[in-house]
Ligand binder design. Structure first.
Ligand code: PLP
Length: 250
């Protein structure tokens, strides 16, 4: 148990706020960083081209250290759905193959796969809500040879049920399935989430974790991809508004 961290947040004494699954409070340090970023934009003439990417490059390098990959594998994305849609644009699915999702999965990690399945002749394979709430066992049962992509969260958002991503990652590697993770509800909230994500993703290529800033305690959306192996891919730097990117093959 960590000591009380209340001072890190702007929480009045008479408020006990527990509903982070709905929307998390920003830490004071995140509010300060956001305010500084807004103020910077008030003087755009001071943001010279050589300074345009410095903050984002620093962020990507720091995230890479925690995730055990290189800064080039990390992209800052405006939402979880953007990161996941990018994965869906780049991961191959053949006719008859399956994309595994959970029952009542968050829409950001559902609709891109539904569209991909429709467009490729693939099949959306939906893990039914297990009566005992053991999502790990239910996913492992469903990870059969037909699965090309497992698109999963670490925590099923509607039930709070946790998935053991290390065991699921091992099972994906055995069948050669890609692993795409929506970590919005866990990264920064579950103490083990970073390490678990690193372990799960180090076993598989390609693997792509994405997160959003709205729930959980990470105020930024970002995605990573692991470019090891023939099927790996690399993010291209997208400096300005662009359609959901196709990623160059590594
Ligand atoms: C599980 C989960 N994924 C993703 C999101 C946010 O998705 P997006 O960033 O695409 O809006 C939320 C927000 O509540 C969420 O609970």
């Amino acid at each position: 148990m960590i000591p009380c961290q209340r001072h890190l947040f702007d929480l009045p004494d008479d408020v006990a706020y527990l509903n982070c699954a709905y929307m998390s409070p920003l830490m004071r340090s995140a509010v300060d960083a956001g305010t500084a970023a807004l103020a910077r934009k008030a003087h755009p003439w001071e943001i010279t081209p050589d300074k345009f990417f410095t903050g984002s490059d620093e962020f990507r390098a720091t995230a890479a250290q925690v995730l055990g990959c290189s800064a080039d594998d990390v992209a800052i994305v405006p939402s979880a759905s953007y990161g996941i849609a990018t994965a869906a644009r780049n991961l191959p699915v053949k006719k008859g193959q399956s994309i595994l999702v959970l029952a009542e999965q968050f829409p950001s990690n559902y609709y891109p796969w539904q569209r991909l399945a429709e467009g490729t002749g693939g099949r959306l394979k939906i893990v039914a809500w297990p009566e005992d709430n053991d999502w790990t066992a239910a996913v492992l049962d469903s990870l059969t040879a037909d699965v090309a992509i497992a698109a999963l969260p670490q925590v099923q958002w509607a039930s709070g049920g946790r998935l053991d991503l290390v065991r699921i990652g091992e099972a994906c590697r055995k069948i050669g399935a890609a692993l795409v993770l929506d970590l919005t509800q866990s990264l920064g909230a579950l103490p083990s989430a970073w390490a678990t994500c690193r372990m799960a993703c180090s076993q598989i290529s390609p693997s792509l974790p994405a997160t959003s800033g709205c729930s959980g305690l990470i105020p930024w959306g970002f995605s990573t991809s692991r470019p090891n192996g023939r099927t790996g891919f690399r993010w291209k730097r997208i400096g300005f508004s662009a359609p959901t990117p196709a990623i160059s093959q590594a």
